[in-house]
Design a protein around this ligand. Structure first.
Ligand code: HEC
Length: 168
């Protein structure tokens, strides 16, 4: 009504974002759309049926359950961050890959030779600290293997005895 064009100019011009601000907004906006978008990529977080659990004494099982089952069984406990892409892709990849190598929930799928090989490998991996995966241990302090755990695993796997060295 009575407002003069100058007033408009005064109120409008400071609101006009600078080129840099607009650029930042566009980058952030694109990033947000991307982050939201990737959440819709399907990730397999299934826990297939357990057909036969590895046959191991209770003290060994306790270690496996604590430190290995999330990646080497069909009883994976999927943490909240396993539902957020792109971390979910890494976690699901570890589980898929881990289960492929050795799955304590499908022990019936392995013959005697497979089992012997796996048990040997378990000690090899654990002894050199490659398993459980160090990144996993960082987020799961309960998966740290103590000297006592190592002793239990060493005894069960026959680690260091050199018992199976001949057949490879
Ligand atoms: C965070 C997931 C994760 C955890 C926890 C984990 N592993 Fe693994 N494991 C893997 C992956 C992935 C592979 C496949 C090889 C690789 O990528 O290094 C693997 C491979 C293996 C292999 C086969 C190695 C080979 O060269 O074929 C053995 C044996 C093994 N793991 C034992 C264990 C044992 C024993 C534990 C518990 C003390 C354990 N893993 C805990 C993810 C895991």
């Amino acid at each position: 009504m009575m407002q003069s064009p100058e007033v408009h100019q005064l109120t409008d011009s400071p609101k006009k974002p600078s080129f840099l601000k607009r650029l930042i907004l566009v980058v952030l906006g694109t990033f947000a759309v991307f982050v939201i978008g990737i959440q819709f990529v399907p990730v397999d977080r299934s826990n297939p049926p357990v057909t036969q659990v590895v046959d191991a004494p209770q003290e060994v099982m306790a270690i496996f359950k604590r430190a290995c089952f999330d990646c080497h069984s069909n009883e994976t406990i999927w943490p909240w961050y396993s539902k957020v892409a792109p971390i979910s892709w890494v976690v699901a990849g570890h589980v898929e890959n881990g289960r492929e190598h050795i799955n304590f929930s499908t022990w019936d799928e392995y013959d005697a030779e497979d089992r012997t090989d796996m048990i040997e490998e378990i000690w090899e991996e654990v002894e050199k600290g490659a398993m459980p995966l160090p990144n996993y241990v960082r987020l799961h302090s309960e998966a740290v293997l103590t000297e006592a755990d190592l002793a239990v695993l060493k005894a069960w796997t026959g680690g260091g005895s050199g018992g199976h060295e001949d057949d490879h």
